[in-house]
Design a protein around this ligand. Structure first.
Ligand SMILES: Nc1ncnc2c1ncn2[C@@H]1O[C@H](COP(=O)(O)OP(=O)(O)OP(=O)(O)O)[C@@H](O)[C@H]1O
Length: 247
């Protein structure tokens, strides 16, 4: 029987083929073969499972030791220079991302990098800040913002140039309940493809696919309904083990 339109898988925006990556003697990622085509993909796994490293492969920040990574058809090593225009990344720690003293300068940086005049870049930045109810942050020193506010600035500094793929490393950490809800709503509305790491599993409701990492491998791959209960059970088991070890 022919497939209906909704059954035909979309073209993948990222394809990893037999990717392995070591750091020193440690195997950080092992034999990862996966294609990503869903709108919103969540990455889960216990600490040190390899999630952030996987995300960094997708924007060419780290190179595989073996295998290949293609993003929008571009090899992440050969065509690394093309990726910053296509892929935006928000880091786990805002202090690893923010480089300018004021909010306006930070949000206007990427448009400037991609050829906008100072005036155009600042206009785009102000417009985005206004759209998120933080226009009055523009002239503020970033160092005086709270951690959650810094996270929002980091997200806006990435979104402002409308990359086709967004990589977000724990964007919900440090957010108060109001900002968390705002972020979640925003995630669900963004037109970009999204690959997001979160330890807050409730924030992954409504996502199209979950990849569960364990020891540098993908050990679960499916819908949130399928994977999250399994991962929660695994986390509970691990917690019980840790508690037992303390006795
Ligand atoms: N540059 C590096 N040098 C040495 N080891 C590294 C390096 N980068 C990552 N690792 C190791 O690789 C493993 C996977 O790290 P990664 O940050 O990808 O895990 P993660 O799943 O994102 O963890 P977390 O949930 O704690 O952020 C960890 O054991 C980490 O110590």
């Amino acid at each position: 029987m022919p497939l209906t339109a909704s059954q035909i898988p979309a073209k993948p925006y990222a394809t990893l083929d037999d990717v392995c990556l070591d750091r020193g003697k440690r195997a950080v990622l092992r034999e990862i073969t996966v294609s990503l085509h869903e709108h919103r993909i969540g990455l889960v796994g216990l600490n040190g499972a390899g999630k952030s490293t996987f995300l960094r492969l997708l924007n060419g920040l780290v190179r595989p030791d073996r295998g290949t990574v293609a993003v929008f058809g571009h090899d992440s090593v050969q065509d690394a220079k093309l990726l910053p225009r296509l892929v935006g990344m928000m880091f786990q720690n805002p202090d690893h991302q923010i480089i300018f003293p004021t909010v306006l300068e930070e949000v206007a940086f990427a448009p400037r990098q991609f050829g906008a005049s100072k005036r155009e870049a600042e206009a785009s930045a102000r417009q985005l800040l206004r759209a998120h109810g933080c226009e009055d942050w523009a002239e503020r020193p970033v160092s005086l913002l709270s951690e959650g506010q810094k996270q929002l600035v980091c997200l806006l500094a990435v979104v402002v140039v409308e990359p086709r793929l967004l990589l977000l490393d724990e964007p919900f950490a440090n957010l108060d309940p109001a900002l968390r809800l705002h972020f979640h709503k925003l995630m669900m509305q963004l037109p970009q493809k999204l690959v997001l790491i979160s330890h807050d599993l409730d924030c992954l409701n409504g996502f199209d696919r979950i990849l569960w990492f364990e020891g540098g491998r993908i050990v679960g791959d499916g819908s949130p309904d399928e994977i999250l209960p399994q991962f929660r059970a695994h986390a509970r088991e691990r917690a019980a083990q840790l508690s037992a070890d303390m006795l």
